[in-house]
Design a protein around this ligand. Structure first.
Ligand code: DP6
Length: 360
């Protein structure tokens, strides 16, 4: 089996205790993952920009105990966070075959985000990847022969089992997850760095996230993915995503920014169209999301700007644009868009290179 390689040799001795920290970024999909099967396997290929400033920092302390039930405590910004427990419990169950020491330790997980929790900027991507990286670092200490390449691959493999989009946060700047005939070595099991040609214009893209609704999501991504089963448009959506990957490859190579705008906005609206046409149907955009979209289209029409938007499974709007437009776009935000943001909040980010281990 392909996944056997992620099952380690039996450990001969485990350290009594230790501590490890990682920071891992969020990412923003250009071609979206929406629909999954089996154990966290994607129905279509997705391709994302890794972010830089939007990130989770996680410190994991581990102390040996009698082998038994999973044992952990999780804190967000220093406060116990019982709401995180079920997701982590599920994560541990899914990964224990690949990290057999999990039941032999008590874990103290301390985590903090550089952005508001559940702001819809995929905190599960940065959070789950940071935790996966901390856990895999324990194994790497036991097996120093592990190559860097294998470490990244297994970190992505484990992250995927926590949250699909988390598989894309280990590396950067462009990352692909899900098998695709036009992308050699692409896999459903883990994400890889996109190694096709990329025009310089796409190398320092900016992402400013307008925080339209900072509350908890009304419908979780997990529920949304499940509604793609028996969805009347699912099969054509999955086929469209596979075609969009090929189109995006050509766009990235040639620097066709107009093509980029069209493809990325269409992907965002298609994602939300899937939600509108699910049964039960639901809407995650808010009136302010639509106001912002209208304002972007007007601005583009008036100025010839290459600014475009994308959306995740929430009301927030990601503004994507070339670095050369930064001052003008920040001006636009202050003049016209900030009124649509909750408490006037927005986050400035740009493409990043992936997760980093923190020296302790
Ligand atoms: C809309 O990765 O949050 O952000 O695998 O159930 O944890 P789970 O879902 P999740 O889905 C995110 C979907 C998306 C699009 C994307 O990031 O590709």
């Amino acid at each position: 089996m392909q996944i056997d390689k992620y099952v380690p040799e039996v450990y001969t001795s485990l350290p009594e205790k230790g501590s490890v920290s990682w920071e891992s970024p969020s990412n923003i999909a250009l071609v979206k993952y929406w629909g999954k099967y089996g154990e966290q396997l994607p129905k279509n290929t997705s391709l994302s920009f890794t972010l830089s400033n939007c990130k989770t920092t996680t410190k994991l302390q581990y102390t040996k105990k009698e082998e038994g039930d999973f044992s952990f405590e999780v804190r967000l910004d220093g406060e116990l966070e019982p709401d995180f427990r079920p997701k982590i419990e599920t994560f541990f169950k899914r990964i224990e075959a690949y990290l057999p020491f999990l039941r032999s330790y008590h874990f103290e997980i301390e985590t903090s985000n550089s952005f508001p929790h559940s702001s819809g900027i995929a905190s599960s991507a940065s959070g789950m990847s940071a935790l996966a990286l901390c856990l895999l670092s324990i194994e790497r200490d036991l097996n120093p022969e592990m190559t860097d390449a294998f470490f990244k691959e297994k970190a992505s493999f484990l992250s995927r089992l926590g949250s699909g989009s988390a598989s894309r946060s280990i590396q950067g700047p462009l990352v692909v997850w899900g098998e695709h005939h036009a992308i050699p070595n692409s896999s459903n099991l883990f994400a890889t760095q996109y190694d096709g040609e990329v025009h310089p214009i796409f190398k320092n893209y900016q992402d400013t996230v307008l925080l339209v609704d900072v509350g908890q999501k009304k419908v979780s991504s997990t529920v949304g993915h499940n509604l793609m089963h028996n969805h009347p448009y699912a099969e054509s959506r999955f086929a469209q995503a596979q075609e969009n990957i090929v189109k995006l490859q050509a766009i990235l190579e040639s620097g066709d920014v107009d093509g980029f705008v069209k493809l990325v906005e269409s992907e965002a609206l298609t994602l939300h169209a899937m939600m509108l046409t699910s049964m039960p149907y639901y809407i995650l955009m808010s009136p302010n999301t639509l106001q912002i979209i209208e304002a972007i289209w007007e601005y583009r029409e008036a100025t010839g700007s290459k600014l475009c938007f994308t959306l995740d499974a929430g009301a927030n709007v990601h503004l994507l644009y070339p670095k050369a437009e930064k001052d003008a776009v920040l001006e636009l935000i202050k003049d016209k868009l900030v009124v649509y943001c909750q408490k006037g909040q927005y986050l400035c980010d740009n493409i990043g290179l992936g997760a980093k281990k923190i020296a302790q």
